[in-house]
Design a protein around this ligand. Structure first.
Ligand code: PXP
Length: 245
């Protein structure tokens, strides 16, 4: 069964819309940690949270509370900066997923450049792995990026499914083929394969055709559905779709 990691950043986004600078107020809601527990009750195999440099959603205290409270595993999404690496080494999540971060973007836009940023990534990967944290690299489904990720010694790649999710018709099928080829190459090089970005209840069946998948990380669509049915139920419905595959 392919595991579901639920990205709960948007729960913090809602809280920050009202309580920016006052996330510790007793009135601050909704609580991302309570959301993580609901996702776990719904069958999530892990919780994903991204502590961005600009702290636009998750705050440091959220990450430490998640670490103490959840009973599945924590996948800590992070940009490659000294500041966030220091937090990761204190939190000690099971997994860290390195992502590119750009202050202007609404959400993570492209994958990491593993080819061009080898020295900077290599140091961070070593620091994380020395602390017992498994490393995933969020990359576009490009063969040279997969090869570079393998050279860097990461345990996982997370294939960026955003271009697939945004494409229509034949173009979407072509994106799926690129993802499948990237997954085949990753597996042949000893990398484990996750995928995420833009996956929703409608397109997940196609995503599940990608070979060698271990985990899907899904946020926006599950939190959006949760507005109507609750997060436990929204998670459960996605888990059912993964199980049906
Ligand atoms: N994986 C990574 C690396 C991401 O940056 C994000 C977005 O934060 C996701 C998965 C989840 O994407 P979405 O919210 O579109 O499901």
């Amino acid at each position: 069964m392919i595991h579901l990691g639920v990205n709960i950043d948007h729960i913090a986004t809602i809280r920050q819309a009202r309580y920016r600078g006052a996330a510790a107020s007793p009135n601050a809601e909704p609580d991302p940690v309570a959301a993580a527990l609901a996702a776990e009750r719904g069958g999530a195999a892990g919780i994903t949270a991204h502590l961005r440099g600009d702290r636009r959603h998750m705050q440091d205290a959220d990450i430490f509370r998640l670490r103490e409270t959840i009973s599945t595993k924590l996948n800590f999404e992070m940009g490659n900066t000294a500041e966030i690496l220091a937090v990761a080494l204190k939190v000690r999540p099971e997994d860290a997923c390195l992502v590119p971060e750009n202050r202007q973007e609404v959400t993570t836009e492209g994958g990491l450049d593993c080819v061009g940023s080898q020295p900077a990534l290599r140091e961070t990967i070593a620091a994380l792995q020395d602390s017992g944290i498994r490393v995933s690299l969020f990359i576009d489904p490009e063969l040279e990026q997969i090869e570079a990720a393998a050279r860097l010694g990461a345990e996982f790649v997370e294939l960026h499914t955003g271009a697939f999710a945004n494409a229509l018709g034949v173009a979407q099928d072509e994106e799926l083929l690129r993802l499948a080829a990237a997954a085949e190459l990753a597996d042949s090089l000893g990398l484990r394969v996750n995928a995420g970005h833009g996956i929703n209840y409608a397109n997940v069946a196609k995503v599940l055709r990608i070979p060698h998948l271990v985990e899907l990380n899904i946020g926006h669509s599950i939190v959006s559905r949760a507005v109507f049915v609750g997060l436990e139920q929204a998670t459960c419905e996605m888990v059912d779709l993964l199980g049906a595959a």
